[in-house]
Design a protein around this ligand. Structure first.
Ligand code: SF4
Length: 337
């Protein structure tokens, strides 16, 4: 990182440029990562938090080059272990804003366990998962989120695996903030990232990211503006679960089954970011006959792991004996005659 910027204040507003590093960006032309990087830099500038108070931690994969391109502190860490590294940083330096940038292979294959436990503990870190449904860095093998039947370099006859669903996993693990956005909708991504930045506790944002080299068009039904109107369920708190901007269709339930109905029909559901039952339903909406939820699915406040662990440490320090010798002679000690 360059020399620390002056504390932001009315006399100096940060801009996107302040967060751009001088490293040459090495993603392929047209990669969705460029848009994510640009929106992230804009959002951080708007937060007006000095750049030396942000840390970006990544694992291994195309997405994991991210810290090099940010003029903040950053660690390009170990495959799948970014949540563990980020947890350590947050515990020791609670005043920092700690981001994890990962991909579907890094987070959901080798790093699955670390991801689950960071979310379960509600560590105050913000995990951004770039989901392109393919291994890009290693040249096109199927990933844990590739759909069944995906023909890739390692599955020429089509994958026979059932894919993992990132948002369902985050919900099951107990993340206190769960959202989804996509690389081709910059405004929406900025809104979601801003909400994520302000949340205290474990954040999980799935970002649909196009890999034009190995899995082009994975999200065509949302990336294309015209199709987005038919297929995107843009979530707004307190508003009906209506599809697209025109909102002619909406989501209702029939028994325990979700279904699309005409907007305004009886039984249309309204979005509630605190409702766990609704969260479960939203993570099940996929495939033909459903619109894809985009936006903040879940946002609840609860004490974070780092907050509680640091409170325990402070209490223990307060109750300690004043000097080391007294402490060493306390509890189960004896004199050998
Ligand atoms: Fe982006 Fe795919 Fe290239 Fe990786 S391989 S940089 S994900 S376009």
């Amino acid at each position: 990182m360059d020399a620390p910027a002056k504390k932001a204040g009315p006399e100096k507003r940060l801009t996107r440029k302040d967060f751009q590093s001088d490293r040459e960006i090495r993603w392929c032309p047209g990669c969705g990562d460029y848009s994510i990087l640009a929106q992230f830099q804009k959002v951080l500038a708007e937060l007006d938090v000095p750049r030396e108070e942000h840390v970006i931690v990544s694992g291994i994969g195309c997405a994991s080059r991210f810290p090099y391109y940010m003029n903040t502190y950053g660690i390009h860490s170990i495959h799948g272990r970014a949540p563990a590294v980020a947890t350590g940083i947050k515990l020791m330096r609670p005043e920092l804003t700690v981001w994890v940038v990962t991909g579907d292979g890094d987070a959901l294959s080798i790093g699955g366990n670390h991801l689950i436990h960071a979310l379960r503990r509600n560590v105050d870190i913000k995990i951004l998962l770039f989901n392109n449904r393919i291994y890009g860095l290693t040249k096109g093998q199927y990933s844990p989120t590739s759909p069944q039947g995906a023909q890739t370099r390692s599955t020429p006859s089509g994958s026979v695996d059932y894919p993992i669903h990132p948002l369902r996993l985050a919900a099951a693990a107990g993340a206190s903030f769960i959202a989804r956005t996509l690389d081709t909708d910059p405004k929406h991504m900025q809104q979601v990232l801003t909400r994520a930045a302000h949340h205290r506790g474990a954040v999980f944002v799935e970002i649909y990211q196009n890999c034009p080299i190995y899995n082009d068009g994975a999200y065509a039904e949302l990336a294309d503006r015209d199709q987005r109107d038919e297929n995107g369920l843009y979530l707004k708190p307190g508003k009906p679960l209506a599809v697209g901007d025109r909102g002619t269709k909406a989501t209702a339930v029939d028994g325990l089954q979700p279904k699309l109905v005409r907007a305004g029909s009886p039984g249309v559901l309204k979005h509630d970011e605190r409702n766990e039952g609704l969260l479960g339903l939203l993570t099940r909406l996929e495939g033909p006959g459903f619109a894809i939820p985009v936006g903040v699915l879940h946002d609840v406040q609860q004490p974070s792991f780092d907050e509680m662990a640091n409170a325990q440490i402070s209490d223990a320090r307060r109750s300690l004996q004043p000097d080391l010798q007294t402490l060493l002679n306390s509890g189960t000690t004896w004199t050998v005659e």
